[in-house]
Design a protein. Structure first.
Ligand code: KG4
Ligand code: ZN
Length: 356
């Protein structure tokens, strides 16, 4: 398989690039573009975050997001090319997030990519956003020594605002889906509980900050083990936090927000960690990969890094939340596997990684 060529030629052979791919990401609330070489080296990565824009509403308004993507997309692509010191003609392909995501946001990136493809004749590659999150674990900065790439088979946990997925990655681009959330995604639970505690938006970083001062054992919030399956459920936990808040308010007590945040975070982290370790044991993998916005969480990172049985790969913070380097990275591996999409390619807002 062509990825074998890629693996064996890296990281020593970087003077002779096999592929430079421009990635474009606009599935949610970041407009991003990046250039990645050989699926591993970030030549540039530009992200325009809409966080401040959406913070005033306490969440993402799809129409506001897509309008902002339209304003940001051209300057961001331009910035990514300039920072990589490359022209379109120096590239080998254009990868863009096809889904899952907000339909009106996805089409902005896809139309930009199609326009560039029409103008340049370069191949178009539609990428699954969650596959992008996985490939963020292969990336490193230009000029820095690349880390050891993850080894197959590996157990992958994707935890983002919209997804909680446990996946057995058998080889490059080869997945077996083991389970996912039955209700709220892990990031969504962070966002909803943060709103409940009036900690601000986005909820993940706000809960993490509040939890740093709190006692994680003060409230014994429920963990949904779901008969030891590889599925997840966070709605019961969210309701338990709500009930506790209501009780405390009824007693006219001031809310111990730090303890509530810390106890909630501990419950989420314990379930994510234990189910991932259980799956890695059952499928006998030596490597674990954790990716997606919630993998930026310090308590979760610490928990995985504290165990010694598995090699753990968690991307650096800037690559945990949405970015385009991960799309370009996955795009490189798809390019080597021969994927080419045509201009009929449309957005796939509900594209499951289980369908890859
Ligand atoms: O991957 P991502 O940037 O976007 C999606 O694809 O959804 O993930 C965003 C999610 C949000 O729910 C945000 O609250 C959460 O990741 N998040 C965190 C942290 N940083 C971001 N959750 C917990 N702790 C964090 N430090
Ligand atoms: Zn994401």
């Amino acid at each position: 398989m062509s990825e074998r060529v890629l693996e064996s030629s890296l990281p020593e052979d970087l003077n002779n690039p096999l592929a430079r791919i421009l990635g474009i990401e606009s599935s949610c609330d970041e407009t991003a573009a990046a250039v990645v070489e050989n699926g591993r080296v970030i030549l540039s990565s530009a992200v325009a975050s809409q966080v401040d824009l959406h913070a005033q509403f306490g969440g993402i308004f799809p129409e506001v997001a897509s309008r902002q993507h339209i304003l940001s997309i051209y300057p961001i692509v331009d910035q990514a090319l300039k920072e990589a010191h490359l022209k379109l003609t120096d590239l080998d392909g254009i990868a863009v997030t096809r889904g899952p995501g907000l339909p009106g946001s996805l089409v902005v990136g896809i139309n930009m990519a199609k326009g560039l493809v029409i103008g340049s004749g370069l191949p178009l590659l539609g990428i699954n956003h969650l596959e992008g999150h996985l490939y963020s674990a292969w990336l490193g900065e230009e000029g820095q020594k690349l880390g050891e790439p993850p080894r197959f088979p590996l157990l992958a946990l994707i935890v983002s605002g919209g997804h909680t997925e446990l996946i057995l990655m058998k080889d490059h681009l080869t997945y077996e889906w083991l389970g996912g959330t039955l209700d709220d995604a892990a990031g969504e639970a962070f966002d909803k509980v943060a709103r409940l505690l009036e900690l601000g938006y986005p909820g993940g970083p706000a809960i993490q900050e509040a939890a740093a001062e709190g006692n994680p054992t003060r409230f014994d919030f429920p963990r949904a083990w779901l008969d030891d399956s590889y599925n997840f459920s966070f709605s019961g936990l969210k309701t338990a936090v709500l009930r506790t808040v209501q009780q405390l308010e009824k007693q006219k007590s001031s809310l111990p927000k730090a303890d509530l945040a810390a106890s909630f975070q501990a419950a989420v982290v314990e379930v994510l960690f234990k189910k991932t370790i259980q799956a890695a044991g059952e499928y006998q993998t030596s490597d674990i990969l954790v990716a997606g916005g919630v993998s930026a969480n310090q308590a979760l990172r610490k928990k995985f890094k504290a165990q010694r049985k598995y090699r753990v790969h968690i991307p650096p913070l800037a690559l945990c939340t949405d970015n385009a380097a991960m799309i370009a990275g996955a795009g490189c591996f798809r390019y080597f596997a021969g994927q080419r999409d045509d201009l009929e390619m449309d957005a796939a807002p509900s594209w499951s990684i289980a369908d890859l």
